[in-house]
Design a protein around this ligand. Structure first.
Ligand code: ADP
Ligand code: MG
Length: 348
């Protein structure tokens, strides 16, 4: 059983950044508005993720480390329309199999907090404010071969920061801070009011908050050299796809062609609030720029797609970075048209 857990862990956890991604996912699912990540040695010695979310009840704490224990999916039908980041109930169990873990939590509305030691199963009272902290120490301590595959602390730290950055771009309504070796290395303050998680509604206020977050995370240059995308299907697009359901919305920012730099590290795409790396999306974005960007120049963009959750399968891979669209042509066209229509609009 230990072996099975460790094999499962290998699929979920590649490096410290994978742990960071899972823990931040959980914090967001718990409704956190402020998330603090603390790291030692690039995350290998310690990853601690602290949130001010709903917390976990004392009697539910021991369940959190159990495989396929999730509080988020009630039925197979739920799996069709997942609205939380997590849903497999695998992450904490997997991480606990390959590191020294502890959860400290105080459930919302209760006065007591408890610490659960993942190794011994021991539960004891502690003091903390409402919310949850998950601590992961000595990652891969029991599998030295895997530990050897890790890069330098600086590289692992960079991957951890990138992982939080992806979350930060999805959730301007949540504040993030990253500490490494006791030093604050990144901080993104919350912008605007809570927008309600994954099914983020692209209201004008929310788009302003997003612009602020894009400015904070990707820099003044990115915002100055991009235009706002806010698309829910143009006439032309609808004529081109008479059969398609007009159920897609695209927003964010797209780099203006004459300023677009070759920066593959500034291509961010989200589907229903989830960061994805997807060929259909990358190709659609490239196609939109085809006639306006020459040579090897790469577009930069941060694009957010909202679509019917039953038309996209996020249960493809444990890392959830890949998705499968029911109709990839529909997604390709929507994205391409969104960018093309936006770039054709004269800039203010
Ligand atoms: P999943 O996220 O797929 O449900 P996880 O293994 O990541 O599975 O987490 C297991 C369970 O532990 C979650 O379903 C949730 O009930 C609880 N949990 C984990 N992290 C937190 C947190 N930061 N705040 C509140 N509950 C949490
Ligand atoms: Mg999870």
């Amino acid at each position: 059983d230990e072996l099975i857990s460790q094999i499962a862990a290998g699929e979920v956890v590649e490096r410290p950044a994978s742990v960071v991604r899972e823990l931040v996912d959980n914090a967001l699912d718990a409704g956190a508005t402020q998330i603090t990540v603390r790291l030692l040695a690039g995350g290998v010695r310690l990853i601690s993720v602290e949130d001010d979310g709903l917390g976990i009840l004392r009697e539910e704490l021991p369940i959190a480390f159990r495989r396929h224990a999730t509080s988020k999916i009630g039925s197979l039908q739920d799996l069709e329309s997942v609205a939380t980041m997590g849903f497999r109930g695998e992450a904490l169990a997997a991480i606990n199999a390959i590191a020294d873990c502890a959860i400290l939590s105080r459930a919302h509305g209760l006065s007591e907090a408890f610490l659960l030691d993942g190794r011994t199963g021991e539960l004891r009272p502690v003091a903390r404010s409402p919310g949850t902290t998950v601590e992961v120490k000595e990652l891969f301590y029991s599998t030295p071969a895997r530990r050897k595959f890790l890069k330098t602390d600086a590289t692992e730290l960079a991957h951890c920061i990138e992982s939080v950055r992806r979350h930060a771009l999805a959730r301007p309504d949540v504040g993030f801070a990253i500490w490494h070796e006791g030093r604050l290395v990144e901080q993104w303050r919350k912008c605007g009011a809570l927008t309600g998680g994954l099914l983020f509604d692209a209201t004008p206020e929310a788009l302003d908050a997003l612009d602020q977050r894009l400015y904070d995370v990707l820099g003044a240059d990115f915002v100055a050299n991009s235009v706002r995308v806010n698309w829910s299907g143009s006439k032309a697009a609808q004529m081109a796809r008479l059969d398609a359901a007009p159920s897609m919305r695209v927003w964010g920012r797209a780099g203006i062609p004459d300023a677009a730099r070759s920066r593959a590290d500034q291509q961010f795409a989200y589907v229903n609030g989830r960061f994805v790396r997807d060929k259909v999306i990358t190709h659609a974005a490239r196609s939109a720029y085809e006639d306006v960007l020459h040579g090897n120049r790469q577009p930069v963009y941060a694009l957010y797609l909202a679509m019917d959750p039953t038309r996209v399968d996020v249960n493809v891979h444990p890392t959830k970075i890949e998705v499968r669209f029911r109709d990839s042509r529909e997604v390709h066209q929507a994205l391409r048209h969104a960018v093309e229509d936006t770039l054709a609009v004269p800039r203010a």
